[in-house]
Design a protein around this ligand. Structure first.
Ligand SMILES: [Zn+2]
Length: 326
């Protein structure tokens, strides 16, 4: 039988499709006796940067009805067209979350912590770390890129205990100063007050324990901080270098890349200063593209690593190809 689009579209049953493809329907029946797993495989992906082992660990995905003003300076129809181009649903927004774990050989460093306890499709960092063989007690350092909930909430579990009890917690000076200021909280718009409250909840009791860091500083072996303001005032990205390898860990330089890598001029509603975030984005990706650097994106689709090329006035994300060998 001819394998063409028309026969595929008009094939009424799976059995005849199987027959058409040359598989026996008896075999299909036997295979169907295994119960479907009904859930996804654990999501962690390892790669090497020099002798360091880096693991992208998925915390899940959030989907919510697409707000009319999700992109402040683009029409909803334009946003929906970009989602359709990526074969994503156009009536909901899809946002992935992917913290990065670095094993230097002597230290375990986790950058950002996800949303906390598992709840539906989010909060899977700890189960995925467990699947990757990582004991949360073994993590030496937790580094926070900025103070939005999807990056700090996983510092604690639902019982308010520390998820990584032996880790020192490092936070950007600029974020601490901004979010801990009562003055900033009092003058913040009503919609932002919750974010200020959340920061205070998470860091309560840790005020004297957190270690603060600045931009342009090597805060762990091979890990240098980069000022990338705009998304939040003290937002930080990182360059991790070891041997001849380097990866840029961008944090939230962009949200969903199908929208914002492609259209760097679009300002997501989460960017606290849209024009500044855009300037940061263009500078960051111009550098990544010029040097053909690997980029890890907290909000990229898993495994959340790829290369960024310049295309016209925007960029294109080329995701890494699965590598079964390290
Ligand atoms: Zn984020």
């Amino acid at each position: 039988m001819n394998l063409n689009r028309r026969t595929l579209l008009t094939t009424a049953s799976a059995a005849s499709a199987a027959a058409m493809l040359g598989t026996s329907s008896a075999l299909s029946t036997a295979a169907a006796q295994t119960a479907p797993a009904g859930k996804q495989a654990p999501a962690f992906y390892r790669y090497k940067i020099g002798s360091f082992e880096v693991t992208s660990v998925n915390d899940g995905v959030n989907r919510f009805p697409l707000p009319d003003t999700f992109v402040r300076n683009a029409k909803k129809e334009e946003v929906q067209a970009a989602l359709a181009d990526a074969y994503l649903p156009t009536d909901v927004m899809t946002i992935w979350f992917n913290p990065t774990l670095i094993n230097t050989g002597s230290r375990l460093i986790l950058i950002d912590t996800g949303l906390g306890d598992p709840k539906g499709p989010i909060g899977h960092l700890r189960p995925n770390l467990a699947a990757a063989g990582i004991d949360p007690k073994a993590i030496d350092t937790v580094i926070i890129s900025h103070f939005h909930a999807d990056h700090i909430n996983g510092i604690r579990n639902g019982a308010n205990e520390l998820n990584f009890p032996n880790a020192e917690i490092m936070v950007p000076n600029g974020e601490w100063d901004f979010w801990m200021s009562d003055d900033n909280m009092n003058k913040a718009p009503e919609a932002m007050k919750g974010a200020f409250g959340n920061v205070r909840r998470v860091f309560k009791g840790l005020e004297d324990k957190v270690k603060k860091y600045n931009a342009d500083q090597e805060i762990a072996p091979g890990l240098t901080t980069i000022a990338t303001p705009g998304h939040t005032p003290g937002h930080i990205s990182y360059a991790l270098a070891n041997g001849n390898d380097r990866v840029l860990i961008q944090s939230d330089v962009t949200n969903n890349p199908h929208l914002f890598v492609k259209n760097p001029g679009w300002h997501v509603q989460f960017d606290m200063n849209g024009p500044e975030a855009e300037a940061t984005r263009r500078k960051f990706y111009d550098m990544a593209a010029a040097d053909k650097l690997l980029v890890a994106g907290f909000h990229f689709p898993f495994p959340a690593t790829g290369y960024v090329e310049k295309v016209g006035t925007g960029y294109r994300l080329v995701p890494v190809s699965w590598n079964p060998a390290l």
